[in-house]
Design a protein around this ligand. Structure first.
Ligand code: SF4
Length: 301
């Protein structure tokens, strides 16, 4: 449970025209927080090159830029002659990639979230038991690429249309990208069972607890809101999932990366606005969005 940000208007004894509420769970998760801390700590001693985008959030990117952290490519050729260490992101990598970088002579800082490691372990366990690895997730997303990267026969299912690509028979061992909406994942697994009656389907739920908490808190928030503001990176999977979930619950959603993105015109006919944020969004960014919404609620901008 998160502490509610204070409403400055309440202190002043005035009633805002629009109420602004924060979800009970929102914003940065422990996995992202730890990944940023490990990267910044390493950058104090030597140059760090992050292999990919550490987290999908431009405000965090700017903070890393200020600390001199460079961006590299996980798929690049490994060369020993470059200086400094390389960092894997919180989204994790395949064992093949991990081995390729350490055997290539580079010192590695691994910021993979423990809950992503858990998803890898679940898929390995299913594969070892003879199940064909299947991942429910976004094709091409770095976490999904890491999950399937050690299995040549792995399949990715993004939605119902992809079930046609699954074999009719045999054993299917399913896990999920950690940031998928859990209701969507469970419904998709049931659909796979129904459409593949000749296959033995085993599912291990690897949607992470912080994602589930934020989705459940959003459900509660939507009961009392006309509009939800979702704060997070434009390419953040879980931020997009929160916005889509609000819309599926019948509540309009707008996405912003920072307070400056808010447009007062969006709130002209809104009396109750809710705020939530993806797991890679800094608390400071959420606070700034909340405070700007309070000013808009008071008729300012
Ligand atoms: S969203 Fe979940 S899996 Fe991803 S870094 Fe955060 S806690 Fe870990």
């Amino acid at each position: 449970m998160r502490t509610m940000l204070k409403n400055p208007l309440a202190k002043a004894g005035r009633r805002p025209r629009m109420t602004v509420r924060l979800a009970n769970h929102y914003g940065m998760c422990f996995g992202v927080r730890d990944a940023i801390r490990k990267t910044l700590d390493a950058a104090v001693d030597e140059p760090v090159t992050v292999l990919g985008q550490l987290v999908h959030n431009p405000v965090v990117d700017a903070e890393l830029d200020r600390a001199g952290v460079r961006r590299g490519d996980l798929g690049a050729e490994v060369t020993e002659d470059e200086d400094g260490v390389v960092a894997f992101t919180a989204h994790g990598v395949s064992d093949r990639q991990r081995q390729r970088w350490s055997e290539g002579g580079r010192q590695v800082v691994d910021t993979t979230c423990p809950l992503v490691h858990k998803a890898h372990a679940a898929l390995r366990k299913l594969a070892a038991a003879g199940y064909r690895p299947v991942v429910i997730g976004q094709p091409g997303h770095v976490e999904v690429e890491g999950l399937i990267g050690d299995f040549d026969d792995a399949l990715v299912v993004a939605g119902g249309a992809d079930i046609a690509n699954l074999p009719e028979r045999g054993r299917l061992g399913i896990v999920s990208q950690t940031t998928q909406p859990v209701d969507f994942v469970r419904a998709l697994v049931e659909r796979i069972r129904a459409e593949r009656p000749g296959a033995e389907v085993k599912f291990i739920d690897t949607v992470c607890a912080p994602t589930k908490d934020r989705q459940e808190a959003l459900r509660q928030l939507c009961q009392d809101c006309d509009l939800v503001v979702v704060v997070g990176g434009a390419n953040s999977n879980n931020t997009g999932a929160l916005a889509r979930a609000a819309e599926q619950l019948g509540v309009a959603a707008v996405r912003v990366e920072r307070a400056e993105d808010l447009r007062p015109g969006w709130f002209r006919s809104v009396s109750r606005v809710g705020v939530t944020a993806g797991t890679s969004t800094l608390d400071e960014t959420v606070r700034q969005v909340f405070e700007r919404l309070q000013r808009i609620a008071a008729g300012g901008s």
